[in-house]
Write a protein that binds this ligand. Sequence first.
Ligand SMILES: C[S@@+](CC[C@H](N)C(=O)[O-])C[C@H]1O[C@@H](n2cnc3c(N)ncnc32)[C@H](O)[C@@H]1O
Length: 226
Amino acid sequence: MPGECSTSDSPIDAAKIIGYEKEELETIPQESILGVGCGAPIKFANLREGETVVDLGSGAGIDAFLSANKVSKSGKVIGIDMTDEMLEKARANASGNNYGNVEFRKGDIEKNIPVDDGTVDAVISNCVINLTSDKTSAFLEIHRILKNGGRMVISDLVTDKELEQGQINEEQWCSCIDGALTQEHYIESIKNAGFHDVSILDKRVYMEGEKVNGRKITSLVIRAIK
Ligand SMILES: C[S@@+](CC[C@H](N)C(=O)[O-])C[C@H]1O[C@@H](n2cnc3c(N)ncnc32)[C@H](O)[C@@H]1O
């Protein structure tokens, strides 16, 4: 699948390593846990009952289902993914488990998120924006769908050294690594899209050394406000 961010064999173990709580994971469909994220944005999003949440690059639905439990029946969660394979898995997980407040829509987050302007309280995303070739376009789209005062809380990877276009290895791009920006450029892209109060809520070394051409890859959880 596009975007294999994790290196561990068991998806549930991988999810725990990147920050998810065991007890919370037990409350959602187990097939939605792929262990391919790079953090646990849900822990920092402070979701409340009744809120509307969008999960970008929702995969099999892990963060969408955790969000649905938090916003409960009066709230709504929309997962967006560009691959039919992931959408099918996520929809099967939702319908088999009675998640009436979750919907999965097809869309490319870089081009056009299929959600109306100014209608969302919180956008979350786990290890996805790195896979886009134009991060600012993705952040502009996120900004468009958020309400004024709405928040974006995302996990993603940054690097200490960006690669030139010719150095990019397609396989590693798909592993969320070769497309990584520096922390400075990543935050600049967020601010260029119009966000304010950008803060780093969590920061961990994700990979370092030979496997990533001598680069250091760090996983961040970032919050920004519209
Ligand atoms: C690394 S996986 C993460 C999946 C999920 N967030 C999780 O933590 O399990 C990346 C996901 O983003 C989706 N994706 C990648 N680029 C995308 C894009 N431009 N628009 C929408 N979805 C995208 C992939 O299809 C994949 O499901």
